[in-house]
Ligand binder design. Structure first.
Ligand code: RTP
Ligand code: MG
Length: 138
């Protein structure tokens, strides 16, 4: 079990003005910010990031949405980071997310669901490496 995970504040939440509130909720839950940046994904880079979903019916919509505006990318550190972060953000569909979770509070819909959280230690490392060079994550 690793102590790091990777997150993005997605374009809906940035556009809706929730980036500060979401970062506050993440740090208040005990996650340390290892690396942090605001950037915008091209359709090509969004497609590469979500390549595991390329056969899914929602892939085109997901790539278009994730490249539609700025995002915040971050590597986070905490004991049991991957599982605890997915608990903090709640179910993929905000209508099914528990009260108090980030998606329940800030997501618009299943497709526009405010935040990403890695689903395994291996993917957390791959996703962090996608956005941050060695110099940026110490
Ligand atoms: P994420 O990777 O973004 O943290 O979300 P997740 O693990 O909870 O969900 P995942 O199955 O990995 O799906 C990735 C993202 O694709 C969008 N999605 N749209 N329209 C749909 O049916 C649908 N299903 C999934 C969501 O934005 C989801 O977060
Ligand atoms: Mg996922």
């Amino acid at each position: 079990m690793s102590n790091r995970t990777f997150t993005m504040v997605k374009p809906d939440a940035v556009a809706n003005g929730y980036e500060g509130a979401i970062l506050e909720k993440i740090t208040a839950a005990g996650f340390r910010l290892v690396a942090l940046k605001k950037t915008r994904l091209s359709p090509e880079s969004a497609g590469a990031f979500y390549a595991v979903h390329r056969e899914r019916p929602f892939y085109g919509e997901l790539v278009e949405f994730m490249s539609s505006g700025p995002i915040i990318a971050a590597i986070l550190e905490k004991d049991n980071a991957v599982a605890d972060f997915r608990t903090l953000i709640g179910a993929t569909d905000p209508a099914k997310a528990d009260e108090g979770t980030i998606r329940k509070l800030y997501a618009e819909s299943l497709g526009r669901n405010a935040v990403h959280g890695s689903d395994s230690d291996e993917n957390a490392r791959i996703e962090g490496d996608f956005f941050f060079s060695g110099l940026e994550r110490f």
